[in-house]
Design a protein around this ligand. Structure first.
Ligand SMILES: *[C@@H]1O[C@H](CO)[C@@H](O)[C@H](O)[C@H]1NC(C)=O
Ligand SMILES: *[C@@H]1O[C@H](CO)[C@@H](O)[C@H](O)[C@H]1NC(C)=O
Ligand SMILES: *[C@@H]1O[C@H](CO)[C@@H](O)[C@H](O)[C@H]1NC(C)=O
Ligand SMILES: *[C@@H]1O[C@H](CO)[C@@H](O)[C@H](O)[C@H]1NC(C)=O
Ligand SMILES: *[C@@H]1O[C@H](CO)[C@@H](O)[C@H](O)[C@H]1NC(C)=O
Ligand SMILES: *[C@@H]1O[C@H](CO)[C@@H](O)[C@H](O)[C@H]1NC(C)=O
Ligand SMILES: *[C@@H]1O[C@H](CO)[C@@H](O)[C@H](O)[C@H]1NC(C)=O
Ligand SMILES: *[C@@H]1O[C@H](CO)[C@@H](O)[C@H](O)[C@H]1NC(C)=O
Ligand SMILES: *[C@@H]1O[C@H](CO)[C@@H](O)[C@H](O)[C@H]1NC(C)=O
Ligand SMILES: *[C@@H]1O[C@H](CO)[C@@H](O)[C@H](O)[C@H]1NC(C)=O
Ligand SMILES: *[C@@H]1O[C@H](CO)[C@@H](O)[C@H](O)[C@H]1NC(C)=O
Ligand SMILES: CC(=O)N[C@H]1CO[C@H](CO)[C@@H](O)[C@@H]1O
Length: 719
């Protein structure tokens, strides 16, 4: 989210007498030591990594030949009665695009070309004789063009086949086109229904297999922001998160997107950020609340997020509701996503400076907040009340005055109020801020559970009467109540403590503490909704340690389990992909590690549109980091931060910001009252302390807050 410090909190900088500058060892930021963490392929034609030799079966010559390296083709041969020759190509990491196969020729055994079948999977566990998921799987039986494998009739003369969506002969010999996958199984076989165009026997020579990368190519030269720290795992996960979002940043094409009535003439041909690489391949605005931040913080490419937000706003319903995506011709009923549209729109303005967008869609935003949700609020007496029939980010079976919807409403109202201030609509800002505080108070009064010290989810248990409250607590509402500032620091500390203790799993924090709503909920982890809880932890004094600990479980688990590197849509019992093979293993909404490191560990956040004003409030305690450095791109140029803890107990920070900007710098003092600050060689006194910044600004510890003009600053602290 876009957080901000109000003007009144910008402290004066009292410059004291020049004192003997403390000797420090500078570790200047810059350089390209981070290049080695970048995961993107370096060429849009991607070569496979290897053949899984243990999994090759049947009659083969030179199975590695199709890797293109040794000059001779791979030849697979099958005679009647033989088992099918089959091999598995491993691209080494999840990839997305159009597979091409160069054939050196084929031989018929009787009549007709030999057939090949292809099955794709992101994991070996779900790589069988059908793909873990393919486009036809999202179509009703009558409209599928495949039953889960792609088919090829291999011609006799050499040629290169491209995996396009469609059929070689009418409705026969069909393939589903673009795939997101790591593993591809190839075997010599034919569907009976593809006769007479293919047969299960003969011989096929393959000289090369490649992938035409279709998504954003995030090579080192495209990075306007980066991150590096003393813990190489955290550094690598930052780049893995970027790669995951790169994989879902792509052109919207009707034949490559979710086939469930998503093809939209207003999106066709435009860059968008999809939800997942394999599926659903539709751009959702709720997902952008994380994936767009990752995009802004890594590459200067805001058009993909902007296209999605504009298109969904252009499809606003008369009552103010905004569709979550183009699926079902813009009619999928999600209750929470219009609020995420507001939050994501505020992020767009704050990160990219696109105030024209805010002006153009201001009335849309007002209608969402005042008409769609505002009317509901009036009729319920003060809290948003979801009816059954509407879904949300996880299609949860819950209704009533749920904590999540109300905490998210507070979050959206505050983001909108900030935009209203920026555009000079002070009256709206006042209305929204005051509504946010009324909802916050009512939420605490109705849904707080003093027995455990956290919010109830807020709705009834299944088959219980309306108005009763089920004894379950959820991550979404609790996390957002902190991040939105709906609760004070005492309440925040209490609920974060309960939630961490009661839902900790080896692969993250579960999104419910109990299975009363649905079996398995207390074993399920969403990195998406975990992001808001984690950001809440970084923003709460004393809770940063629990954020680092949770991050290590969550991102550590995904990065070490197949397909590795990319971050999953959801994690189920035992740390498995939560919807088995259907699960997307590269989902942009799970890349919260990127904003967490850039916004909290480097501490760089916009406080005005396009970082014209900024805050730099790094969280340096709570984990085991000794240094961190990196940058965030802004329309005025990069903001660079580098901090390090010296062995002699001195903390040093170098900051480089564009000349025509201003901001506040929070200098961490680890709670010391006698901290000595030296700024650009002069001893200074900070005049504000962190407790006055409020929970959205961040804090993992105590700070001295300085106001600063753009330029380079070196700050050192002896505590
Ligand atoms: C300075 O940065 C490099 C990374 O390039 C790192 O290896 C080194 O440990 C850092 N030194 C200090 C004192 O933080
Ligand atoms: C899968 O394909 C392999 C070889 O291509 C074949 O031997 C095996 O019987 C098939 N398995 C199933 C369950 O159809
Ligand atoms: C192989 O079968 C195809 C399709 O029936 C046919 O067009 C082609 O001529 C055959 N090739 C040979 C060498 O017989
Ligand atoms: C490949 O072979 C290995 C070793 O036998 C096995 O563990 C793995 O499950 C196989 N993978 C697939 C996709 O069949
Ligand atoms: C899928 O399999 C079913 C059952 O064998 C068959 O009726 C249907 O035609 C197949 N569809 C396609 C597209 O191959
Ligand atoms: C989808 O259609 C476009 C033309 O609109 C074409 O360029 C592209 O290759 C097609 N993709 C697939 C996977 O067939
Ligand atoms: C989608 O909805 C719009 C507006 O209701 C309608 O005009 C259009 O024909 C629909 N498109 C499809 C493919 O059904
Ligand atoms: C809004 O409030 C009314 C109560 O008047 C309730 O019946 C309805 O289900 C609420 N939710 C929606 C999405 O309209
Ligand atoms: C936070 O709010 C609770 C409940 O209203 C109150 O009891 C507590 O004193 C407050 N704490 C602070 C630090 O304001
Ligand atoms: C959920 O709560 C019920 C009672 O409130 C309890 O019996 C049950 O063990 C809890 N289940 C889990 C998975 O925590
Ligand atoms: C700093 O915070 C403490 C704790 O809230 C407060 O008592 C003190 O007055 C604050 N100091 C300043 C200078 O604002
Ligand atoms: C696993 C775990 O920590 N369970 C706790 C959940 O919360 C209840 C109520 O506070 C405790 O009694 C459980 O021990």
């Amino acid at each position: 989210m876009a957080s901000f410090v109000r003007n009144t909190l910008i402290a004066g900088l009292a410059v004291g007498t020049v004192c003997n500058a403390v000797a420090v060892h500078r570790n200047t930021s810059g350089g390209d030591s981070w290049h080695r963490f970048v995961r993107s392929p370096s060429n849009p034609i991607v070569k496979p990594h290897s053949i899984l030799s243990a999994n090759t079966t049947g009659d083969f010559t030179n199975p590695n030949g199709l890797l293109g390296g040794n000059g001779n083709p791979t030849v697979m041969t099958r005679k009647e009665g033989d088992m099918s020759p089959s091999l598995i190509v491993d691209f080494g990491q999840d990839v997305v695009g159009i597979v091409t196969i160069s054939f050196a020729g084929s031989t018929n055994s009787t009549e007709g070309f030999p057939g090949l079948k292809l099955a794709f999977s992101e994991t070996q566990q779900y790589l069988t004789n059908t793909s873990d998921f393919t486009r036809s799987d999202n179509l009703p039986a009558g409209s599928k063009i495949t039953n889960g494998t792609d088919q090829i009739a291999v011609a006799n003369d050499p040629y290169t086949w491209r995996d396009l969506t469609g059929c070689q002969h009418g409705t026969k010999v069909c393939s589903d086109g673009l795939h997101g996958f790591r593993y591809m199984k190839i075997w010599l076989d034919a569907l009976e229904s593809d006769a007479p165009y293919t047969q299960s026997y003969g011989s096929v020579s393959i000289s090369n297999v490649e992938l035409e990368w279709s998504a954003y190519m995030g090579t080192p030269d495209t990075f306007t922001g980066w991150f590096e720290c003393s813990d190489e795992d955290l550094t690598q996960w930052w780049f893995d998160g970027v790669y995951t979002t790169d994989m879902v940043t792509d052109v919207f094409l009707a034949n490559e997107t979710d086939p469930r009535d998503s093809a939209s003439p207003t999106l066709q041909g435009k860059q968008v950020i999809f939800d997942g690489a394999k599926r659903d391949r539709d751009p959702y605005d709720g997902d952008l609340a994380v994936s767009a931040l990752t995009s802004y913080l890594s590459h200067d490419f805001p058009e993909a997020a902007r296209n999605v937000l504009a298109d969904l706003a252009d499809h606003q319903r008369a009552d103010g509701w905004i569709p979550p995506a183009s699926i079902d011709n813009y009619t999928l009923d999600l209750y929470d996503y219009p609020m995420w549209w507001v939050v994501s729109t505020a992020d767009l303005v704050m990160y990219t400076g696109d105030t024209d967008f805010a002006t153009q869609y201001y009335d849309v935003m007002k209608k969402v907040l005042d008409d769609y949700y505002g009317q509901n609020l009036t009729s319920t007496g003060g809290l948003l009340d979801k009816e059954n029939g509407y879904g949300d980010y996880a299609f949860l079976p819950r209704s009533g005055p749920i904590t999540y919807y109300n905490a998210l409403y507070v979050h959206a109202l505050k983001a909108a109020a900030h935009l209203a201030d920026i555009l000079g609509n002070g009256a709206d800002s006042k209305t929204w801020i005051s509504r946010a505080s009324e909802v916050s108070a009512k939420l605490l009064a109705r849904n707080w559970d003093p027995a455990v010290g956290a919010f109830f989810d807020g709705g009834p248990c299944p088959n219980e009467p309306e108005g009763t409250i089920c004894d379950v607590h959820a991550q979404d509402g609790n996390g957002l109540s902190v991040l939105s500032g709906a609760v004070n620091s005492t309440i925040a500390t209490s609920l974060l403590d309960y939630y961490g203790k009661n839902t900790s799993r080896p692969y993250g924090n579960a999104f419910y503490d109990n299975d009363s709503l649905q079996a398995g909920f207390s074993e399920r982890v969403y990195a998406f909704i975990s992001y808001f809880e984690l950001a809440g932890r970084f923003a709460t004094a004393g809770a940063a340690g629990s954020a680092f600990e949770e991050i290590k479980r969550l991102y550590g688990w995904m990065s070490t389990h197949d397909p590795e590197i990319t971050f999953w849509e959801g994690i189920g019992a035992g740390g498995s992909p939560y919807e088995e093979g259907f699960t997307s293993m590269a989902h942009g909404w799970s890349t919260g590690i990127v904003p967490l490191m850039s916004n909290y560990v480097l501490g760089i956040q916009p406080t005005g549109p396009g970082f014209k004003t900024w805050q730099i409030c790094p969280v340096v305690d709570g984990g085991d980091l000794t240094w961190a450095r990196g940058q965030v791109g802004t329309p005025q140029g990069p903001i660079k931060v580098s901090w390090q803890k010296q062995s002699d107990g001195i903390f040093e920070m170098q900051i480089d910001t564009p000349e025509d900007t201003t901001g506040v710098i929070c200098v961490p003092t680890s709670g010391s009252k006698n901290a000595q600050l030296v700024v650009d060689g002069k001893q200074v006194k900070g005049t504000t302390n962190a407790s006055t910044i409020g929970p959205i600004a961040t804090s993992g510890e105590n700070f001295k807050v300085l106001s600063a003009k753009g330029g380079s600053h070196t700050i050192s602290v002896r505590v």
